[in-house]
Each structure stands twice: as C-alpha cells, then as structure tokens.
Ligand binder design. Structure first.
Ligand SMILES: Nc1ncnc2c1ncn2[C@@H]1O[C@H](COP(=O)(O)OP(=O)(O)O)[C@@H](O)[C@H]1O
Ligand SMILES: [Mg+2]
Length: 382
C-alpha cells in the first residue's frame, strides 16, 4: 500500500486540513471584506482573542487566503516580536504591496496565491515574484504615508488591502496607539482596508483605553465543541483516503479536550498508528493517545508548567488533584484546597485563564488538554 502523507498539522502556525468550528469568525471576515470591496467603506477592524494554540494565526492565514481567492487582494501580514517595534516591518511590507499593485498591468488583475502573484490581463498571465526586492521605503516614511500609498495603489487596480497583525499582546502601548490613531484618522477616507488583529485575551486589559480596539469587532476564540473536534479529526482522514471511524474520532476528540493544537497531535498519531490499515478505528486509538500524550507532555504540558509562576503552579497542582476525584471543579474548591480565601486567589485563576492554560467550562475549570491534569499529578505530590 502506498504511503500517504499524514494529513494532520500539529504545531503552531500550521494550517489544518479542516478549519473546524470557526464559521462565525470566517463569516465576519467575509463580511468585512464585502464591506470594503462592495460598499467601498472601511469596515471595523476584527480582533481575534484567545489563548495559545486555539487557532488565531491559522485564521489570519485563512483571511489572507479568502481575500486572495475571492477578491485577488494582497495581504500584508505582520507578527509582533518581543521587545521590537512592528511598524518598520509593516511599512516595508506596505511598500512591497504598493509596488506589486503598481506592477500589475493596467486594467489587469492580480491573482494572488502563495508567495507568487500572477498578474493577468484578460486571462494572459505574467508572474510577479513577491520576493523581488523593491528599494526600501527608507526609514523616514511614516506609517500613514505607507498606508495611504498602498491603499491608493490597490484602488487604482480596483482592489483593496488586508493587514493582519499577530501576537498583538507583544505590541508596545504607544506604538499600538499610534497605529490605531493612524487608522482611525482615515476611516472617513473609505480605504478598501480590512484590518485583522490577533492576540492573547489579556490584550483587552493591557490595551484598555485604545478606542480603536474598543470599537473593534471582538471574537473570543475558545476550545472547539465536540462536533467541531470530530469534524477536525475525520475530514482530513477521509480526504486523504483513510477514513476514521466515528467511535475512534469520539475517543480522540475526548482526549484532545477540543484544544485545536491537541486535535492535530491526536490525529497525527492516529494516522501513524494506522499505517497499512484501510481505516482508522478504535484499535488504533490507545496507541495513538499514548504517543500523543508523550508529545504533549514534552511540549505543551512542560512549557505551560515552566511558564507558570510558583503560585500559579500551586494553583494548577490543586486543580489537577481535585480533578482526579471530581468532574466539575470550580475556583472555590481550588481555593479551599489551598487553604485560601477565594477572592485572594482569583487573580491566579484569571491569569491562567488568560494564558489559556486552563479554561472555564460547565461551571468548572479544566485544563486546555485533559491529559495535563494527570501529567501534573505524576510530577507534583498530593
Ligand atoms: N479550527 C481548527 N480546526 C482544527 N485544527 C485547528 C483549528 N485551528 C487551529 N488548529 C490547529 O491548532 C494548532 C494551533 O494553531 P495556531 O493558529 O498556531 O494557534 P494560535 O495562533 O492561536 O496559537 C495548529 O496545529 C492548527 O493546525
Ligand atoms: Mg499564533
């Protein structure tokens, strides 16, 4: 039997074969593009807020793909890096976008896909290489000018522009406020500009008072529900020609806890465990979960644990031990186990929720991936 490439995409920034359970966000993206493209207005910016691994970055990528496929619009993607301003890169990329639009033949259209841009005039295409170096805009070009030039170049082609800004929580307050003020100022110009921002849920507090963000359309991304988890597990397998049985998908979905990152890890190992078989069925599940848990322990669980402060670790350990006996464990129970007043430790719960290490669900708290509770119990005594 020929070996088929594994259709699952574990790891950050890896676009899944099936982007499940995000219809509301994708509808909002399409609507924003419609407002810009059809109504010729600048739509409200979208903010995608959620813990690590819920799928923010892949949604930004999907936004770019939709803009390219449906409108042939370019996307300027920027990822904020720790301790570094993002504006220079944004300006540089706006400059590139402007040149790409200007290079498109008059009356022609840009066909955007991957790193290549095809410019077509009445179906006759020429390739423009996106990596072709344009002379840089120079350090002095302010964001406002770069944005205006890019939007105007797009408009000359009957097109528009998408700007995505990822890891927004790393942006400096002042820099973000400047960025926001620039965009805000030009809302009345009706630029065909769609801005999508993504970051951890704490951006709401850390950037409080930035009106631009407050008037944005917020989408808080959480765990996938059971149906979406099953879809994310079964669709890639079926498309790759080795379908997954419903009981197998249910068991893997359960083990993943609906955490998108873990869904891909589970699917990846189920695929590996079923090499040579025509289907993925329940016989492959125990081995797949075991291998996936090992992966998650070495990666996700360990990094979340290392990222936690000593007090947060106490909180996590208390929650993990309570979950050994109880299905639903609330913040009050954790506080009692720690021998503290609930209000005194609620800041720890909030911090862990904001990081996406724990999630609130069904009146209780749970780990992003259920297996993390057992992992903590095997490391920290009762
Ligand atoms: N809706 C989804 N359905 C299935 N898998 C998803 C979904 N969203 C994200 N994933 C997977 O989850 C992982 C993390 O996605 P990523 O976009 O990097 O998360 P974030 O940017 O929020 O940290 C990737 O492996 C990706 O393929
Ligand atoms: Mg990301």
């Amino acid at each position: 039997m020929p070996r088929i490439a594994n259709p699952y995409r574990p790891g950050f920034n890896q676009a899944p074969a099936s982007l499940a359970g995000r219809d509301a966000v994708l509808a909002a993206v399409r609507e924003a593009l419609d407002v810009a493209a059809l109504d010729a207005r600048t739509p409200r910016p979208l903010v995608l807020a959620g813990g690590r691994g819920v799928g923010k970055t892949v949604l930004l990528g999907e936004t770019a793909a939709i803009a390219a496929d449906t409108l042939s619009w370019l996307t300027v993607p920027v990822e904020v890096r720790p301790g570094r301003p993002f504006t220079p890169q944004l300006v540089e990329r706006l400059h590139t976008a402007r040149h790409l639009y200007d290079q498109a033949p008059a009356g022609g259209k840009l066909m955007v896909s991957g790193a290549k841009v095809r410019a077509t005039v009445l179906g006759v295409g020429g390739e423009l290489d996106i990596v072709r170096r344009e002379p840089g805009p120079g350090p002095a070009v302010p964001l406002e000018a770069a944005l205006a030039e890019a939007c105007e170049a797009a408009q000359r082609r009957g097109a528009g522009l998408v700007v995505t800004l990822d890891e927004l929580q790393l942006a400096g307050r002042h820099e973000l406020a400047d960025f926001a003020a620039t965009l805000q100022q030009h809302v009345g110009d009706d630029w065909p500009l769609v801005v999508v921002l993504a970051g951890l849920p704490n951006i709401r507090d850390s950037h409080r008072g930035v009106t631009y963000l407050e008037r944005s359309e917020w989408h808080v991304l959480g765990l996938l529900d059971r149906a979406a988890s099953v879809e994310a597990l079964t669709v890639p397998a079926a498309a790759a020609g080795r379908p997954m049985s419903a009981p197998a998908a249910a068991a893997l979905a359960e083990a993943s806890g609906g955490y998108p990152d873990a869904i891909q890890v589970m699917g990846h190992h189920a695929w590996r465990a079923s090499h040579g078989a025509a289907r993925i069925d329940v016989s492959h599940v125990p081995g797949a979960i075991e291998a996936a848990e090992q992966d998650l322990a070495a990666g996700l669980y360990a990094s979340r644990w290392e990222d936690a402060s000593p007090r947060e670790r106490e909180y996590l350990a208390a929650l993990a031990w309570l979950l050994a006996d109880e299905e639903v464990v609330g913040g009050g129970a954790v506080a009692r186990r720690l021998g503290k007043d609930t209000r005194k430790v609620s800041y720890l719960r909030d911090r862990l929720l904001r990081k996406g290490t724990v999630f609130a669900q069904g009146g209780g708290l749970r780990f992003a991936v259920p297996g993390m509770a057992g992992w903590i119990r095997s490391h920290v005594g009762r």
